[in-house]
Design a protein around this ligand. Structure first.
Ligand code: NAP
Ligand code: F7E
Length: 350
C-alpha cells in the first residue's frame, strides 16, 4: 500500500496518542508508535490497531522511552518519519509533585532529546515536530489566556512543559526546524485516564447508577477548568503541522466550569440532583431524593499549589486554522457518563 506520510507518535497508548493514531490512519498515514514496556497490559486504547493495522502494515509498534536517548535516535533513524507528535509525558499534575525529577526527565528533557535526535540525524528539513504543550504553563494568570499571556507555571509538571515550550521555539529559530507548540486546554472523553477528575467522576456516577453506592472522594471542588472534548482537539495537532509556517496555538472552548459544576452535570445525566452542605473539607454532596451522602472531600487530592482557573481564548486557531470546538460541555459529560455505564455493564457480564 502507498502511504501519504509516516507519523511517529510518542505516548500512543495514552488518550490523545490513541485518538491521533485513529485520525491519521484514516488519512492514510503509516503510524510508528512508541510504547513503554510494562509488566501489565497498557495497550487497551490501541488494541484495535494491533488486530487490524499491524497486519495491514500501517501500524508499527516500537518499544521506547523518552528518557532513553539512544533508543529515540535509533527509532527515528530507522523509520524516518515526516511528522513527529510528541505526546508522551508523565501527564498527571498532582503526581508531578511526588515525582518531580522523573517528570522533568520525561516532560522537559524528553522533548530536548527528540529535537536533538532530529539535529544529530540531520533531518531538520525533513521532519515536522508537534509538541503537546498545555494550559498549565499559564498557572494563575489573568483569564482568558491566549498565545500572548505571560506564563506562571505552578507545578513540576507545568515547569517541565514550559521548558519544552521554549525548547521548541529555540530549535525553530536556531535550526529552522518546523516545530510547534499546541497549547491545549483540558480535553476529555471516553478514553481519558481514570485518575483525572472528569473520568473519576463519570466512573463514580456510572457505578452509582448500576447500584454500587460507594462514596466519591474528591479534592478541590472550586477549581475551574476550560474542559473541551478530545475528539474536537486532536485534529488541531495535525492541522498545525499542515500550515505554511510553524506557529504556536491555544486550543480551548472559552468556557470555564468548576469541578462542582462537572459533578452536578454528571449526576444530572442519571437523574440525581446533588445538594451541597457544609464548607471546606467538611463539604458533602447529598443525593436529594435518597438523602444519601455521595460525595466527600479527601485532602489527599489537594495539591501543594493549585491553578485556580483556566479559560482559553483560541481566536488565533479560529482565524488561522479555521478551527472551533463543536462538542458542548453538556454533550461531553453525557457521552462520558454513558460510555462508563456501558463499560461497567460489560464488565459485570464478563
Ligand atoms: P496520558 O493519557 O497520560 O498519556 C500519556 C502517554 O505518555 C502514555 O502513552 C504513557 O505511556 C506515555 N508515557 C509516559 N511517560 C513516558 C515515557 N517516559 N516514555 C514514553 N512514553 C511515556 O496523556 P494524554 O491526556 O493523552 O495527553 C497527551 C499529552 O498531552 C501529554 O503530553 C500531556 O501532558 C499533554 N496534555 C494533555 C492535556 C489533556 O487535557 N489531556 C492537555 C494539555 C496537554 P503509558 O501508557 O505506559 O503510561
Ligand atoms: O484536575 C481538581 C484538581 O487532574 C483538574 C492533565 O491532562 O489538564 C490535566 O491536568 C482539577 C484540578 O487535571 C480531584 O485539583 C478535585 O484543579 O483532572 P485533573 P489537570 O490537573 O487540570 C492539563 C491541561 C494537562 O496538561 C494535564 O496533563 O480538578 N480536583 N478533585 C481533582 N483532580 C483529580 N485528579 N482528582 C480529584 O479527586
Amino acid at each position: 500500500m502507498k502511504f501519504k506520510k509516516t507519523a511517529l507518535i510518542t505516548g500512543i497508548t495514552g488518550q490523545d496518542g490513541s485518538i491521533l493514531a485513529d485520525f491519521l490512519l484514516k488519512k492514510n498515514y503509516k503510524i510508528i508508535g512508541i510504547k513503554r514496556r510494562s509488566s501489565s497490559f497498557n495497550t487497551e486504547r490501541i488494541d484495535h490497531l494491533y488486530t487490524k493495522h499491524v497486519l495491514n502494515k500501517s501500524y508499527f509498534p516500537y518499544y521506547g522511552d523518552l528518557t532513553d536517548t539512544s533508543n529515540l535516535i535509533r527509532i527515528i533513524q530507522q523509520t524516518k518519519p515526516h511528522e513527529i507528535y510528541n505526546l508522551a509525558a508523565q501527564s498527571h499534575v498532582r503526581t508531578s509533585f511526588e515525582t518531580p525529577e522523573y517528570t522533568a526527565n520525561a516532560d522537559a528533557l524528553g522533548t530536548l532529546r527528540l529535537l536533538e535526535a532530529i539535529r544529530i540525524l540531520k533531518l531538520e528539513k525533513k521532519i515536522k515536530f508537534y509538541q503537546a504543550s498545555t494550559s498549565e504553563i499559564f498557572g494563575n494568570t489573568k483569564i482568558p489566556q491566549n498565545e500572548k499571556t505571560p506564563f506562571a507555571p505552578t507545578s513540576p509538571y507545568a515547569i517541565s512543559k514550559l521548558f519544552s515550550y521554549w525548547t521548541v521555539i529555540n530549535y525553530r529559530k536556531a535550526y529552522n526546524i518546523f516545530a510547534v507548540n499546541g497549547i491545549l486546554f483540558n480535553h476529555e472523553g471516553e478514553r481519558r485516564g481514570a485518575t483525572f477528575v472528569t473520568r473519576k467522576i463519570t466512573r463514580a456516577v456510572a457505578n452509582y447508577f448500576l447500584g454500587n453506592k460507594e462514596i466519591l472522594y474528591l479534592g478541590n471542588l472550586n477549581a475551574k477548568r476550560d474542559w473541551g472534548a478530545a475528539d474536537d482537539y486532536i485534529k488541531t495537532m495535525w492541522m498545525m503541522l499542515q500550515q505554511k509556517k510553524p506557529s504556536d496555538y491555544v486550543i480551548s472552548t472559552g468556557v470555564s466550569k468548576s469541578v462542582k459544576d462537572f459533578v452536578n452535570e454528571a449526576y444530572k445525566c442519571i437523574d440525581v440532583k446533588v445538594i451541597w452542605k457544609g464548607k471546606g473539607v467538611k463539604e458533602i454532596g447529598i443525593d436529594k431524593k435518597t438523602k444519601r451522602t455521595i460525595i466527600k472531600i479527601d485532602k489527599y487530592y489537594f495539591r501543594p499549589t493549585e491553578v485556580h482557573e483556566l479559560k482559553g481564548d483560541s481566536s488565533k486557531a479560529k482565524k488561522e486554522l479555521k478551527w472551533k470546538p463543536k462538542i458542548s460541555f453538556k454533550k461531553l459529560v453525557k457521552t462520558m457518563v454513558e460510555s462508563d455505564i456501558d463499560k461497567l455493564k460489560n464488565l459485570n457480564f464478563n
